[in-house]
Write a protein that binds this ligand. Structure first.
Ligand SMILES: Cc1cc2nc3c(=O)[nH]c(=O)nc-3n(C[C@H](O)[C@H](O)[C@H](O)COP(=O)(O)O)c2cc1C
Length: 370
């Protein structure tokens, strides 16, 4: 049904307009009690065996919504209604900003992929913090807050901008993510170099501890798939050294070569981050590499090209405690999260593992033992 609807309606619309249209329907449905109860019962069934503990938090399951879909925290209940067990809002920047000029989102239907150069269009940390503070949740869900650098802030002053966002948002975050991996803010990804990343993560950690004294807000970093393997290792080592809680792997890629892309040059020539199916292999590779390096010391979140339950299961076996998706939701529609949870429960039942936690990293551990 959705695929037909996608072909007849969404595919003919500008991708960003289609996003806002879908967003409006989701938010509307979540505001109508009968509708949201019915939708949640159909789309967000709970599986006891998928209950997940990660980052000191209890979740209904391991699968959540990746950052970028709900940048301003306006649809948390709507997305929970659709079965996402954690919702990562943002990226939120210190100051509000419009993002890059349109057109800035492209569908690569033949590749089940997207290219975006949104450029962190968002209402800024003060407005998003106010919205989260006023929120009256309908569904109990985990809310991650992903923060990034305001475009006009020079790279040398990046830490102060992240600290500003942290001071405003940490109290409302079940976990906080430092995003240094989006390709659409000039210079942002340079912050992944350990010389820049160490002081940045230290400053954010201190700001979170200063602001929230009643609990320790888990802190994660989100990395690019385009890092060289040695740089992935360096981030992993730094994360352990700093006592970071998690690493999210990965953001979108700037690569176009070697991904077997079928779309034409008019699309592949668009600047921006590529996401969806073509990202699957590299995201999985980065995740396994991270797990081989950090083991169970740090929580890993797998994201990039997760289209179905098998993809999510492979990430768990590679080392992810949590998994996230974005692009495939556009192509698969409202049953996306439900299909993943259902398929994960089925896989776990026929696997040699008694619990999901036991399955985390099993494949990578096996390979390391060979
Ligand atoms: C349109 C779009 C906007 C995005 N915006 C953000 C963002 O603001 N912050 C972020 O950390 N990641 C952002 N992402 C990256 C996703 O969170 C995710 O890491 C990436 O798309 C890979 O997952 P996927 O293949 O399931 O889409 C965005 C992705 C898309 C497609």
């Amino acid at each position: 049904m959705y695929k037909l609807f996608f072909r007849l309606v969404f595919k003919r619309m500008d991708p960003e307009q289609a996003h806002y249209a879908a967003f409006r329907w989701i938010r509307l449905a979540a505001r109508i009690p009968v509708l949201r109860t019915f939708a949640a019962a159909a789309l967000a069934p709970r599986y006891k065996e998928l209950r997940t503990e990660a980052l000191g938090l209890r979740m209904h399951g391991p699968f959540g919504l990746a950052a970028g879909f709900d940048k301003n925290a306006v649809a948390i209940d709507g997305m929970a209604m659709l079965g996402f067990d954690h919702i990562e809002i943002g990226t939120v920047t210190g100051e509000p900003q419009p993002g890059n000029p349109k057109k800035r989102l492209f569908r690569l239907v033949a590749d089940r992929a997207l290219i975006n150069r949104m450029g962190f269009n968002n209402e800024g940390s003060a407005a998003v913090a106010a919205r989260l503070a006023a929120r009256n949740p309908v569904f109990r869900t985990t809310v991650g807050v992903n923060i990034g650098k305001t475009k006009v802030v020079p790279e040398a002053e990046a830490a102060a901008d992240y600290v500003k966002s942290t001071e405003r948002l940490a109290a409302h975050a079940d976990y906080l993510v430092v995003n240094v991996s989006s390709p659409n803010t000039p210079g942002l990804r340079n912050l992944q170099a350990t010389e820049s990343l160490r002081p940045l993560l230290t400053a954010v950690r201190e700001a979170a501890d200063r602001t929230v004294t009643t609990r320790r807000v888990p802190l994660l970093v989100k990395i690019a798939p385009d890092l060289a393997d040695e740089d992935v290792d360096a981030v992993a080592d730094l994360a352990v050294e700093l006592g970071l809680d998690g690493i999210i792997a990965t953001n979108t890629t700037i690569a176009r070569e070697g991904l077997g892309l079928k779309s034409g040059p008019e699309l592949l020539g668009e600047t921006g981050g590529l996401s969806g199916a073509p990202l699957k292999a590299r995201s999985l590779e980065v995740l396994s590499r991270l797990y081989a390096r950090v083991g169970d010391r740090i929580t890993l979140v797998g994201v990039g090209g997760i289209e179905n339950a098998e993809d999510a299961w492979q990430r768990i076996l590679a080392g992810a405690t949590l998994v996230q998706g974005y692009s495939a939701f556009i192509y698969e529609g409202p049953f996306y999260a439900r299909a993943i949870h259902k398929g994960l429960a089925a896989r776990l039942a026929t696997s040699p593992y008694a619990t999901l936690a036991e399955a985390v990293g099993a494949e990578t551990r096996k390979k390391a033992a060979l």
